[in-house]
Unconditional design. Sequence first.
Length: 198
Amino acid sequence: MPEPSTADTALPQGSDVDVVDLLLTQHARIEEQFLLVVGASGAKRQEAFDDLVRMLAVHEAAEEEVIHPLSRTIADGADGIVDDRLAEERQAKEMLTALLDADVDSKGFEASLLMLRTAVLTHARHEERYEFTQLRAKVPSERLRALASVVRAAEAAAPTRPHPGVESATANLLTGPALAAIDRIRDLVREAARKAAS
Ligand SMILES: [Fe+2]
Ligand SMILES: [Fe+2]
């Protein structure tokens, strides 16, 4: 069996699953995907990295569309907390952008990838500690459950790379320049999130 290049941690299903459950699962999946990139080489590493780029684009766009705006409404000092998270997201995106054209087997790639991993995982821990706990404490649970549909819609709008032989519009758009592909994913996710939230 060849090593998979995509973390396949399934999103939890069921009517009692809320948006925080899904975002926590995505955090775990992103963490796993970094390991898959580091553990691979050549074309496999490129595939795993492309999947990581897509996962991060979907996840951060869904948070920026739904979670951070909601967080701003629930606590004193929340604006500062959210501004700090957005700054972390911007910084991670810059680090990621710098990696897009790199040779995935170069020494520089691995060093930069590990720095990105630290930034992304630290950012995720901050969200879990400062935002997710507040959301669970202060937002009615039925609202949090309803918002799960936004994350599901975001995933559906930009699915991970299809298995060989499966063609899709998304697969086609991902063959373009990587940065344009990220921006396109974010647009798709925003659109899907808005529809699901309205
Ligand atoms: Fe985030
Ligand atoms: Fe996150």
